[in-house]
Design a protein around this ligand. Sequence first.
Ligand code: ASN
Ligand code: ZN
Ligand code: CA
Length: 320
Amino acid sequence: VVQHGTKPDQTPVRDWVLVDARNGDVMLRIPQIKEALNRRMHDGQNGTALPGPVVRREGEAPVADPVVNTNYDHLGTVYECYSELFGRDSIDNNGGLLISTVHHRVNYVNAFWDGTQMVYGDGDGVTATNLANSLDVTAHELTHAVTDYESDLIYSGESGGLNESMSDVFGAVCEWYGDGADEVLPRHWLIGDDVWTPNIPNDALRYMNDPATDGDSLDHYHSYQTGTGVHYSSGISNLAFYLLSQGGTHPRGRSTIQVTGIGIQKAAQIFYKANADLLVPSSNFEAAKTATEQAAAQLGYSAAEIESVSNAWRAVGVSV
Ligand code: ASN
Ligand code: ZN
Ligand code: CA
């Protein structure tokens, strides 16, 4: 007899189990952890209470509200991105429930991870449309949960910039994955571009390929000061990740270092391993350079590829 197994309070994990028909004893179990996607959608009803009423659980049919369905689908794409690319099973690597509230507050132009769940505002229709509709914003917020379970980078100072940057990096990576993990497109380096200022084409919340485009984000470590906000210092490592992936030089000539790109797939493996296995809560940008160099070595990448990691950081002023 072959049947599906379950974990308590989680989605069926669809382990293949061989059961003795005479007494129900499990004789053999083959785990299939890839099927542990488990989502729970809530409607914030434009109030402040969290999480609000449940409107769709895992495996249930689409509901009338398209924002619920779109965010549900984006959560599935980001789950698959982490599973397929890194072998990770949800936020806790153990099939953890993905809780999401949409329609938080009125005209709210933000989204966040509150330590337990994701929360999305509807936007005000001018600065932003509904943030729950953006795949890279969804990947950004879900990655805050992954970071909390792994490196647990402290959300202030240099470690805070790295925490933010991990969220942007996997925002870009999972948007690229969601588009078929094929050609890297310019919009993959723009965060929130699909929901930001609907009346202004081609702008975005952040620009990983040229962070200073937003007027505030840093693109070189020499500009870092104590007190630089985490959403601005993140530009330093966002640009390092872009250069490692795509190659080239600093977009504003702030260094002359030439980086040979290794592609987004390998760059993502390196940053994931650093976040999962090597960074610690207090890690700074220099520690991130060392951690990503070590991650590349541990992944078996070539000396030339490890040199690209070093050069990507040197290009943004981080040189140990
Ligand atoms: N959208 C922001 C973020 O996820 C919210 C915040 O400032 N924490 O980074
Ligand atoms: Zn963030
Ligand atoms: Ca984008």
